[in-house]
Design a protein around this ligand. Structure first.
Ligand code: ADP
Ligand code: MG
Length: 425
């Protein structure tokens, strides 16, 4: 929360970076940060301001994010690769400490909102295709050109490019920037001594005052409420949140990704690469098309969430090949890459097996130890029987998804290969 080492409590009208950026309203938040719409007085444009929590680990993470996003911006001068554009960064000193701040382009609502606004019914295949194309352009750039793994692809971390973006169309969006703290708000003077509860209450009041001034909020929310359909909304989108991203050759964490979008090799602990992002991508495509999570694992009696997750995958995609359940892929590929002599292979494989969790979950036949009767229900059948897709639609979509959901990461198509798939063309 809003305490030492935590979030910075910003308020509309607050100025940052020596007065250059003026906070307008809060756009969202994550575990690490709050994100504000801000007005850049130097360039007369709206931007998004990501204000990181101040504790040292968060600052490190933000500096890492800046490093990656700088590389992203440098390699894409025309800003056409469907990845969030970093514009600037600075440090802000507040009552809770020193906060690293990222200034980025201002985007619209997340795919999560898009899914919810469609009442979890799916958004239609032509729109799914549109979004898939953007995501694949982004991943082709990140993976092939930059060697960056995002590691946390999920609907919250993909933002639509707003069509009523006040930065581009201030007149149509009816948005005039707030340049001072709202008159009559309680925000004059120091806030250091306020209790957290009081701060929140006062923040709410200040926001209420601003909305009385009929300041349009931008983004898609209002549009969706009005129209309840997406006609005429451009479905270009961008990949955001590089807080957990890493260079493919310098992986940090062993466990990556948000549960439902986690790839099997990450669950088993056998090493991962860019292809782990592709798995998450396929999960998102399914979710956009159906409104439901592809895999929603739970803790069940006598088995862990990991085991339930693996069981769900096998029910939809079939049995895992022995190569996956038996040995560590990363060591296997290391071995083949540097050519360890054959008599060492046995040792390497032994180390590999002990280094993964697969032997905890699978018996030597490659069956799950604790979850027995699996009901195989393949993807195309799920689409027809559960989501009322036509046979043709189900076939086409399953044809596109199925190779990306390969249990063997090396077999998954790259983003560039996916872009060539007939389903998208
Ligand atoms: P965290 O690392 O804390 O998860 P994110 O970068 O994911 O932070 O941002 C948190 C939320 O803020 C996003 O889910 C989104 O709703 C909003 N947000 C982030 N960046 C932007 C942006 N450039 N434009 C509009 N909203 C944004
Ligand atoms: Mg996030």
């Amino acid at each position: 929360g809003y305490r030492k080492g935590g979030y910075h409590a910003a308020r509309p009208g607050d100025r940052f970076a020596g007065g250059r950026f003026v906070a307008q309203r809060k756009l969202g938040w994550g575990n690490f940060s709050t994100v504000w719409l801000a007005y850049d007085t130097l360039h007369s444009r709206f931007v998004a301001l990501k204000i990181q929590k101040s504790a040292r680990d968060y600052s490190h993470a933000a500096l890492h994010e800046i490093e990656l996003l700088s590389a992203v911006a440098q390699g894409d001068p025309t800003n056409s690769k469907c990845v969030l554009r970093l514009l600037d960064h600075f440090k802000h000193v507040g009552p809770n400490g020193h906060h690293v701040c990222l200034v980025t382009e201002f985007l619209g609502d997340s795919l999560l909102r898009l899914i919810r606004y469609n009442r979890n019914k799916g958004i239609g295949l032509s729109r799914v295709k549109e979004i898939c194309r953007s995501l694949l352009v982004g991943f082709d750039y990140l993976h092939r050109e930059l060697g960056i793994i995002h590691t946390d692809l999920k609907p919250e971390n993909v933002l639509l490019v707003s069509t009523i973006n006040p930065a581009k169309d201030p007149v149509r969006s009816g948005f005039a920037p707030i340049l001072d703290r709202p008159v009559g708000s309680h925000y004059r003077g120091t806030v250091i001594s306020f209790s957290e509860k009081m701060l929140k209450m006062r923040a709410r009041r200040a926001v209420a005052k601003i909305s009385q001034r009929r300041v349009s909020l931008g983004g898609f929310a209002a549009e969706f409420e009005k129209e309840r359909n997406l006609d005429g909304i451009s479905l270009k989108c961008k990949i955001v949140d590089f807080g957990n991203a890493c260079w493919a050759n310098q992986q940090l964490a062993g466990e990556i990704q948000t549960r439902q979008y986690r790839a099997p090799e990450v669950i088993i602990g056998s090493g991962y690469s860019c292809s782990a992002d592709m798995w998450s991508f396929a999960c998102i495509a399914f979710e956009l098309a159906t409104g439901d999570l592809l895999f929603a694992p739970k803790n069940c009696q006598g088995c862990s969430e990991d085991e339930d997750h693996l069981a769900l995958m096998m029910e939809t995609l079939g049995k895992m090949p022995r190569k996956v359940t038996a040995v560590s892929l990363i060591l296997f590929s290391l071995w083949s890459a540097i050519g360890i002599p054959p008599d060492l292979v046995f040792v390497v494989v032994q180390i590999a097996i002990s280094g993964t969790r697969s032997k905890d979950y699978f018996d030597r036949h490659g069956d799950l130890k604790r979850i027995r009767r699996l009901k195989f229900w393949p993807l195309d059948c799920v689409l027809v029987e559960r989501y009322n897709f036509t046979e043709a639609d189900a076939q086409g979509f399953a044809d596109f998804l199925r190779p990306i959901l390969d249990f063997i990461p090396e077999n998954r198509p790259s983003a560039a290969q996916c872009l060539k798939h007939p389903w998208l063309n």
